[in-house]
Design a protein around this ligand. Structure first.
Ligand code: ATP
Length: 262
């Protein structure tokens, strides 16, 4: 699958990081990262479990402590109060209330985002738009606990889409879904990106890399590559083989460094 890529060099990046370092539990889990996430595109954050994807996303949305270096998000420092309504974030354990219906869940979160009686009509329109976006019109009155895994994922995505954020940060949104649901969700991500929204999506499934405009490949708290899927595939054939090649190179470099340090 090929998607147009590159980003407009005249448009400032949605996310800009330099010397980004994060310490968790006394350990440096992100080390000296530098990267840009272009606007209006899907950037995939890929790497094995524990490499730091969630930590990086938490830093971007402003919920991570002990972040140093530069991290600009939508031209503001990450964590700035005014970014709250401009970013939609779906964690790995999405917060959907089982004892509420799809519409009640969305109404509840819409009221937190845009409170007050005066905003009631705007909230109603927003919830209706989101239900349509995530294709849940036939399930608006179903209790969340009765939904399938894919439908629940779409409710969480719907919550993140309330208020029409400029940046969507999705932590492994397709985990546990069957191939058809994964494809449908990726089609939805592309529809959202086509409207100009920036998406940062993590995954440890390499075949999802092919569905992104750009990729950040991570390993052990570092970025091994920041490029388009096409450029990464290069002569290696697949993004996965390119990734494995980069990992082997990084391991060889680390072994040489260790030997020289002795
Ligand atoms: N609350 C915490 N306190 C201390 N260290 C943590 C904490 N949460 C995560 N870590 C460590 O930070 C590192 C990065 O974890 P992170 O969850 O960001 O990785 P990940 O790539 O998102 O993994 P996964 O794909 O399994 O979700 C790991 O070594 C992990 O053990």
């Amino acid at each position: 699958m090929n998607y147009a890529s590159g980003g407009d060099p005249a448009t400032p990046a949605a996310i800009h990081a330099t010397a980004l370092t994060v310490v968790r539990g006394g350990r440096t889990v992100l080390r000296d990262l530098a990267f840009d996430v272009p606007r209006g595109q899907i950037t995939g954050l890929l790497g094995p479990s524990g490499c730091g994807k969630t930590t990086l996303m938490r830093a971007v949305v402003g919920t991570q402590a002990k972040v140093t270096g530069t991290l600009q998000v939508l031209d503001r420092p990450a964590g700035a109060a005014e970014l709250r309504s401009r970013i939609g974030y779906v964690t790995q354990d999405p917060s959907v209330y089982d004892d509420l219906t799809v519409r009640q869940n969305l109404d509840y979160f819409a009221a937190i985002l845009d409170p007050g009686r005066a905003a009631a009509a705007r909230r109603r329109a927003d919830v209706a738009r989101v239900i349509d976006d995530v294709d849940l019109a036939s399930h608006t009155d179903a209790l969340a606990r009765t939904l399938s895994g894919g439908q629940r994922s779409r409710v969480s995505l719907g919550v993140a889409l309330l208020g029409d954020p400029e940046l969507l940060v999705l932590d492994e949104p397709t985990v546990g879904l069957d191939p058809v649901l994964r494809r449908d969700l990726w089609n939805l991500f592309h529809t959202i990106a086509d409207r100009g929204t920036t998406l940062l999506i993590s995954s440890h499934v390499m075949d999802e890399a092919e569905r992104c405009h750009r990729l950040l490949l991570m390993r052990e708290g570092a970025i091994l590559a920041d490029d388009t899927p096409d450029a990464l595939r290069g002569t290696s054939g697949t993004v996965e083989s390119a990734f494995l090649h980069l990992v082997d190179e990084a391991n060889a470099r680390a072994a040489t460094d260790r030997q020289e340090a002795r």
